[in-house]
Design a protein. Sequence first.
Length: 400
Amino acid sequence: MKKRIAILGATGSIGDSALSVIAKHPDRYQVVGLSGFSRLEKLLKLCQTFLPKYVCIPSDKVDRFQDLLHQANLTCEILSGSQGLDALASLDDVDMVVASIVGSAGLSSTLSAVKAGKTVLLANKEALVMAGELMIQEAVRSGAVLLPLDSEHNAIFQCLPTDVQQNRQAIHDPKKGIKQLWLTASGGAFLDKSYQDMQNASIAQAVKHPNWPMGQKISVDSSTMMNKGLELIEAGYLFGMSVDNIKVVIHPQSIIHSMVEYVDGSWLAQLGIPNMQTPIAHALAYPERIESGVAKLDLFSLSNLTFLPPDLQKFHCLTLAYQAMQAGSYACIALNASNEVSVAAFLANKIRLTDIADINEAVLNKINQQTIGSLDDILAMDQLARQLANGFVANFVKKN
Ligand code: NAD
Ligand code: MG
């Protein structure tokens, strides 16, 4: 039986990588649904290639897309808006959902897939940062399997014992001997640059990642190292580890994708050339292995693998993530929301790259501790932090 797949965010960078792995294995996978947001021509091409039964687009684009489908002689069922995404993620004829929408826009559909008990291949880290506890609870209730696509989390998953992969509580069993998780970070575009260089960075400089071609938002997050901060929180929820047991190490070559340290002095690492098709192929086939189409790692061409501690002053966003994780889920939600607002302001040329950390810190300083229980609590905190961040953005625009 072929695995039936829906890809949420099919027109993005993760969507591209997922579809290229899937296209190599037509005997194993069938694309049942695709979603897109602004690139309708690209979505149409994907429909022509993969012939999905369902396609989901924003509500105001339905008429136009209907025309495009008609002209191309295609008969996909069109779903629309946030409700359409939720429906696509939970359809009976879908086994696996690739959650690859960027930012909080992906929360509802990712949660919908988890509630429906799907196998969820999770790239949309912001959804987990916002609703990690709820997502894990719902997965336990529905039997959904959450498989990380983020290369670091996928690497850690691969370095854990099989029974821990299948039951995350077992990570704390002393017999497993798991001491710490090590997240590797490339250090991003400004690793060897000064704070002043970051302050004066253009948008083009900030979105140019040295090792990974990715969407704009995650590329800016990599420049500020907020990406590693979000991944720290993501790892905490995915693996049930506290902030004290997750370390970040800069490894500029991005060959080791992350590591697990054991009490006997062993370290297990997952290596490979930096290409998202590897973690995607791993998660698609898990627990089997399939070809990903990624070039072979040539050990003899590697001259150096280096490691250094992160500069927590230059990359203040990473410090803020440590602090938010210590404070609790309310602060993680606020940090994520504020970061989405400030990154969008940077990409709109309103603020400087270094203002992102300052705005995020100002928002965290403004919010009070709260217990987060329900989705409503999450959304209320998200809204509050967005309002505050928008206010600070306006001040920064005036200052610059
Ligand atoms: P991208 O910008 O290339 O693609 C984003 C996708 O989300 C697109 O398909 C777009 O249509 C869709 N989208 C955007 N806004 C939307 C909205 N409001 N409603 C519905 N759909 C919307 O981003 P990406 O680089 O593919 O990243 C996607 C997610 O995967 C992010 O959470 C990112 O952090 C994570 N991730 C990406 C990579 C990578 O290599 N690109 C690696 C690890 C994790
Ligand atoms: Mg990553």
